[in-house]
Design a protein around this ligand. Structure first.
Ligand code: FDA
Length: 391
């Protein structure tokens, strides 16, 4: 079996792996990136609806979820969004801010993959695709065996991402390697993922799939104000994806369907109008949602006939709708995986393992999960840079 010697082996040719490779190769190290896929950066290609939300102007530690909320700080300081934006500009890629600091390519996500490939090429990174890793061991150096080749190095970087979207090539290899070298995992779970109805809500709301509205949603003292979307199976849209990363099965999420108004004040303003509740709701919500909400409330009265208790009931269900989802749509539909390699066992400055010298973990495989809006790619660039600059 042919064997190849490099200073650094990086497993995973996604955002983090490629960026780490570029950073390390620019320092003069010989770097090989291995991936079992037939092409690099598949998730970059499908990201941001095909226009890659490659970073966020405001990306900071408060946009990340981790057992150790401080862990991401050093890498984000070493390589902040402004650095990646400068690189994007240098490559002549046009972009725009969609909202809330989210930067998207004007054209296709392929531009970001091309940027990474060009930088890899210029700095002399070798990329080996269709490489299925069968064994990794450390005996004075790292030895990685694939179906075709053997790769040897003093340093190995694991950048195999999380478990979301298995059909795009996600595997648990990174977690297995972590365990092999004595690491513990924060249990990986789907995040930025649509939530599922329980049967009672399904019968009321599944028929209005496609309807969306701006809401405020909260869970465990975390709050997001964004759009949400009714689907056949449950709820989706940015607000729901964001809160899904905080939700657990023991908790309910609370939805304020009308964050800018008080429904009680609105009812009182029109207390003398002989209008049915469902028709009154039409003033605030799309018609099908207005009808479904009125049906859920089971109040078939006109405004003047509403009792104080009924107005309270209406207010609670509009402003404090407590929803206990049946679950999530799982890894098949999750944008990211929360949990992963325990950050207590990694250096936050370099991403090096505290268990095995020369072993590094970067990107989504680590227990650092960004909010929606470009933060996950920023973590890939920042953690990739931190490792690439120190290994
Ligand atoms: P990533 O998953 O990108 O790369 C891992 C690599 O490892 C892959 O190339 C894979 O083939 C390889 N690999 C896995 N197992 C292997 C094995 N056993 N052997 C060899 N290779 C293996 N984020 C954001 O900031 N803005 C956005 O717009 C979006 N949009 C978006 C849309 C969709 C549909 C998804 C699923 C995700 C996003 N994300 C996103 C999240 C973002 O894509 C994600 O956080 C980063 O790609 C993570 O980068 P990594 O390099 O860590 O993993």
């Amino acid at each position: 079996m042919p064997s190849f010697n490099h200073d650094v082996i990086i497993v995973g040719a996604g955002a983090a792996g490629l960026f780490c490779a570029i950073t390390a190769a620019k320092r003069g190290l010989s770097v090989v990136v291995l991936d079992h896929a037939e092409k690099v950066g598949k998730k970059i290609l499908i990201s941001g609806g095909g226009r890659c939300n490659f970073t966020n102007l405001h990306s900071g530690p408060h946009h990340f979820i981790s057992n150790n909320p401080h862990f991401c700080k050093s890498a984000l300081t070493q390589y902040p969004p402004s650095e990646f934006i400068a690189l994007v500009k240098k490559h002549g890629i046009h972009y725009h801010e969609k909202k809330l600091g989210q930067l998207f390519c004007d054209e296709k996500s392929q531009a970001i993959v091309d940027l990474l490939l060009l930088e890899c090429h210029r700095s002399g990174v070798s990329i080996m695709l269709n490489e299925s890793v069968s064994k990794i061991r450390h005996a004075g150096r790292f030895e990685l065996t694939t179906a075709k080749n053997m790769y040897l190095s003093q340093t190995m970087v694991i950048a195999t991402g999380g478990l979301s979207i298995p059909k795009m090539g996600a595997t648990d290899l990174g977690y297995r390697v972590a365990k092999q070298f004595g690491h513990t995992l924060i249990p990986p779970e789907p995040a930025l993922v649509p939530l599922l109805w329980r049967p009672a809500e399904k019968s009321l709301f599944s028929e209005i799939s496609g309807v969306s509205a701006e809401i405020e949603v909260s869970c465990l003292n975390v709050r997001f104000r964004e759009n949400f979307l009714f689907t056949h199976k449950g709820l989706s849209g940015p607000a729901i994806l964001q809160i899904s990363s905080y939700w657990n099965t023991q908790e309910a999420i609370t939805i304020n369907l009308l964050p800018d108004k008080s429904i009680e004040t609105e009812i009182n303003k029109r207390k003398s109008d002989a209008v049915l509740l469902s028709a009154f709701f039409n003033n605030f919500f799309p018609k099908s949602l207005a009808q479904a909400l009125a049906k859920k409330l089971e109040i078939q009265k006109t405004l003047p006939h509403l009792s104080k208790a009924e107005i309270q009931q209406i207010s609670d269900s509009i402003h404090r709708w407590k929803l206990s989802p049946a679950g999530t749509e799982g890894f098949d539909k999750a944008e990211v995986t929360k949990g992963g390699v325990n950050t207590d066992e990694l250096s936050s400055k370099t991403m090096e393992s505290k268990k095995q010298k020369g072993l590094y973990f970067i990107g989504e495989v680590v227990d650092v999960t960004g909010h929606l809006g470009g933060h996950n790619f920023q973590w890939a660039w920042s953690s990739g840079f931190a490792a690439g600059n120190h290994l």
